[in-house]
Design a binder for this molecule. Sequence first.
Ligand SMILES: Cc1cc2nc3c(=O)[nH]c(=O)nc-3n(C[C@H](O)[C@H](O)[C@H](O)COP(=O)(O)OP(=O)(O)OC[C@H]3O[C@@H](n4cnc5c(N)ncnc54)[C@H](O)[C@@H]3O)c2cc1C
Length: 386
Amino acid sequence: MIDLPKTADAVVVGGGVMGASAVYHLALKGCKRVVLLERNSLFGQESTGKCAGGIRYQFATEINIRLSLLSLPMLDRFEEELGQAIDLRRCGYLFLLTREEDVKAFRANVALQHRLGVMTEWLTGDEVRSRLRLIQLDDVLAATWYPKDGLADPNGVVQGYLNAARRLGATCLTDVEVTGIRKERGRICGVETKYGEITTSIVLNATGPWAARLGEMIGVDIPVVPVRRQIAVTTPVQQLPPDFPFIIDFEKNLYFHREGPAILTGMSNTNEPPSFNQQVDREWELVHFEAAMARMPLLENVGLSSRWAGLYEVSPDAHPLLGKVPEVEGFYIINGFSGHGFMHGPACGLLLAEEILDGRAHTLDSTSLRLSRFREGKPVVEYNVV
Ligand SMILES: Cc1cc2nc3c(=O)[nH]c(=O)nc-3n(C[C@H](O)[C@H](O)[C@H](O)COP(=O)(O)OP(=O)(O)OC[C@H]3O[C@@H](n4cnc5c(N)ncnc54)[C@H](O)[C@@H]3O)c2cc1C
């Protein structure tokens, strides 16, 4: 039987990286009676557990780069501050560019990154060919490379935050689905579950791909749709060097990185319609594997050890939706990360805790990410979505 608290200062709904980071930062800032509710029987098994673990500074908008500048150093300090290993690997991200229009766009991205202190390297086609083995690079016009990008373990990050939050007094429960949210006179007053209600004046929607459904419970339209994305991991690849980078073939939306002794690869189907379908699409898998073998021919000689599909939580401008929702006092959102939420989870949990407890996020100005930007006609545009 689940022992549900009767009241809470704040309820966080969803136990992926966003909920975990937010509950930890709320508890750290002194909000002791904070409760996190996850409907699955384990935390972090949805988008967060199914993600590729990539962390990068290389983005095309100032706000995304600034989120990385805040978030990635938090991952650097994670093990020391929270006592949880997260298998941080600075293997670097290498974007391969094969179209002139991407070369032009990435030149502008690199200029922006440099202005913000992210000293991405620009490589000509010949430079990248002279540096990289194992990859077919004949058609590569240029590449961008930043050695401080890399990988971390999503499960470690979720567990680290939740354990630390519990040590600070937070209650984090699995197997509890929020089935309703109560409001009175435009204010949040509680959440409903099959184990009873929790009275609270603050609810944070951290339900990832299900964000719109939670919004519907109180009549708030959250423009986030679920979109299937899939991954495959090979059997061990003998020739793989330990410093093999995270490689993105930008034109094809195709990526590879080292996963233990093997290769993890993914390729986004840009025609995938929104749905909650998490079955592996075998037809798309064939398209993916053909493209992967063309780029990395030695994959023809390895087997498949695992494959899975998960959901991106996609917003109209591929940027997150952060902060209070003006229509309902006490309702906050941390949604819509569109394929790069794992890496921004640490920063965004902190920013939401600041907004909830102090009235505004002060470590970083995140007002450009408020939900009302769509109504106001001020979307943010990001070119580097994979
Ligand atoms: C294949 C793939 C690869 C990716 N690769 C990367 C990458 O390399 N780098 C990167 O930064 N990001 C990546 N992402 C994106 C990243 O995984 C997400 O942006 C991030 O994990 C979102 O975290 P979240 O906590 O919002 O969502 P989730 O992890 O999905 O957590 C939401 C939780 O809410 C729970 N929930 C939903 N409704 C309710 C309810 N009513 N009551 C209680 N609980 C509820 C769900 O069960 C779920 O556990 C990838 C995603 C996918 C699918």
